[in-house]
Design a protein around this ligand. Structure first.
Ligand code: NAD
Length: 468
């Protein structure tokens, strides 16, 4: 059996984890065990479900330094961001622990005969086994923001982490070990075959990753009749209005575009400046040049390596193709270093229809465009197939509001970077970025449950009962 390995992107000789992939046949066996354990879990009272999730949060906080170091080592996330991811994952566990006490339905007015008093109510019930397939870039937060609501709602979990984040996947298993009933949650390392088997074995499926894989997951889940959600790529725009402060906005956008080497689905990839772009472009070039690039273990570093050598080539090829088509690189290259580094790269003079401005490069590359007015800005922002997030920057409330209304992405952030995520709010995109219901917040509890409508009437009262 071929082993799968995760390697540290800043030090590719460092093999972080090696695992035998879980075979599709064994995924079926584990799914059976999860399903059996779930029958007990779903009947447990909310206090004990909450205690398990809170216990996992406490355990993660106790192990925060170790978890932070693991994320940095395994996926090259800069230390400051890795620490924030650990804190966020713990907060998500707490949030969903509390959600165990949330109402499980609503009471409606019954339409029953006068001699049959009763109730009409809805009841959310767990779906069974949640099949979760996750990417490497938020190797702790994404598995947790899917598993925690699934468990809180009374489901069992089969989680397939990315082969590039195997050790972080183990950590997720360890957070819950001994706190949940045996076999309720299994982390199953593997590649595409294992992921497909997880979807086939599940009762509800949640995927985050690339668009191409997401489409396959959605097709397989739909064919199997499963409720499915898929969060996929983005080609996110930031619109800069003429009254935005160039310096502070540039700092915000430099971080949103280049932080973590642009490896966030929410990273800013297109910067659309309304009016003359010269002053803002200069400020942005300076803000990007000020970002510290290098070893992600260093707390001052904002831009670490990209995940693999193949990713590095993909990003460099995209820049080469843009240049060949007339694009201009505005930033300086960085000295070559070990590890999979790519210099943060700002482009202009790119045709908006060029693939670097339409498809997801998933690296530290962003393109600046100038447009004459707000309408043209909205039209360009909306012109791509993706629709995850857009940010808008300026002061004039009327214009900000007009743009907010015109933007078609699932998330819209005014004077805030595209990269922020609130775990207690619905998260998801439009068009090719997402499929199915939103995740996070209470939307996740809805997704991992099915809604049942119950009419509960007494037997018809006899005339004697009615008379008494
Ligand atoms: P990926 O699509 O390559 O892999 C994601 C997961 O799917 C991995 O666990 C992988 O092993 C598994 N997989 C691969 N083939 C499969 C198949 N045929 N069936 C089932 N599972 C399969 O993505 P990645 O490289 O790990 O992550 C980067 C991508 O994730 C980017 O496109 C990024 O935009 C996206 N992403 C999106 C969001 C969001 O919320 N929209 C968040 C983070 C990352």
């Amino acid at each position: 059996m071929t082993l799968i390995q995760s390697r540290s992107p800043q030090n590719p000789d460092d093999i972080v984890e090696e695992r035998v992939p879980v075979t599709p046949e064994h995924v079926q066996v584990l799914a059976g065990r999860v399903r059996a354990a779930q029958l007990t879990w779903r009947r447990q009272d909310p206090s004990s479900r909450a205690a398990a999730l809170r216990g996992a949060a406490d355990r993660l906080r106790t192990r925060a330094d170790e978890a932070t170091a693991l994320i940095v080592r395994e996926v090259g996330k800069p230390a400051m961001e890795a620490r924030a991811e650990v804190s966020r994952a713990a907060a998500i566990l707490d949030y969903y622990a509390q959600s165990c006490f949330a109402p499980t339905g609503e009471l409606l007015a019954p339409t029953l005969p006068a001699n049959q008093p009763g109730l009409l109510f809805t009841e959310r019930r767990p779906r069974g086994v949640a099949g979760l397939v996750t990417p490497w870039n938020f190797p702790l937060a994404i598995p947790v923001w899917k598993a925690a609501p699934a468990l809180a709602a009374g489901n069992g979990v089969l989680l397939k982490p990315s082969p590039s984040a195997l050790a972080c996947g183990n950590l997720v298993q360890q957070l819950f070990d001994g706190l949940l009933p045996a076999n309720l949650l299994h982390v199953v390392p593997g590649g595409a075959d294992t992921g497909q088997a997880v979807i086939q074995a599940a009762d509800v499926a949640s995927f985050t990753g690339s668009e191409s894989v997401g489409r396959k997951v959605v097709a397989a889940a739909t064919q199997g009749g499963l409720p499915v959600q898929a969060e996929m790529g983005g080609q996110n725009a930031a619109v800069v209005l003429p009254d935005a402060d160039p310096a502070t906005t540039a700092i915000m956008l430099a971080g949103a575009a280049m932080g973590y080497a642009g490896q966030k689905c929410t990273a800013t990839r297109r910067i659309i400046v309304v009016g003359d772009a010269a002053v803002f472009t200069e400020a942005l070039v300076a803000a990007v040049a000020a970002l510290r690039v290098g070893d992600p273990t260093n707390v001052d570093v904002v831009v670490g390596p990209v995940i693999t050598e193949a990713a590095r080539h993909r990003v460099l090829d995209a820049v080469t193709a843009a240049r060949a088509a007339g694009g201009r690189v505005l930033t300086n290259d960085i000295a070559t270093r070990d590890g999979f580094y790519v210099a943060p790269t700002l482009l202009d003079s790119v045709d908006p229809g060029h693939s670097v401005a339409c498809e997801e490069t998933f690296g530290p590359v962003a393109t600046i465009f100038a447009v004459p007015n707000v309408r043209a800005a909205a039209s360009l922002a909306n012109s791509v197939r993706f629709g995850l997030v857009t940010s808008v920057h300026g002061r004039d409330i009327g214009r900000l509001f007009e743009l907010t209304k015109a933007i078609d992405t699932g998330l819209i952030r005014v004077n805030a970077p595209t990269t922020g995520v609130d775990f207690h709010a619905p998260f998801g995109g439009e068009k090719a970025s997402s499929h199915g219901p939103r995740e996070q917040g209470t939307a996740a509890l809805d997704f991992y449950t099915s809604l049942h409508t119950v009419t509960f009437a007494t037997p018809p009262l006899t005339s004697a009962e009615e008379a008494s």
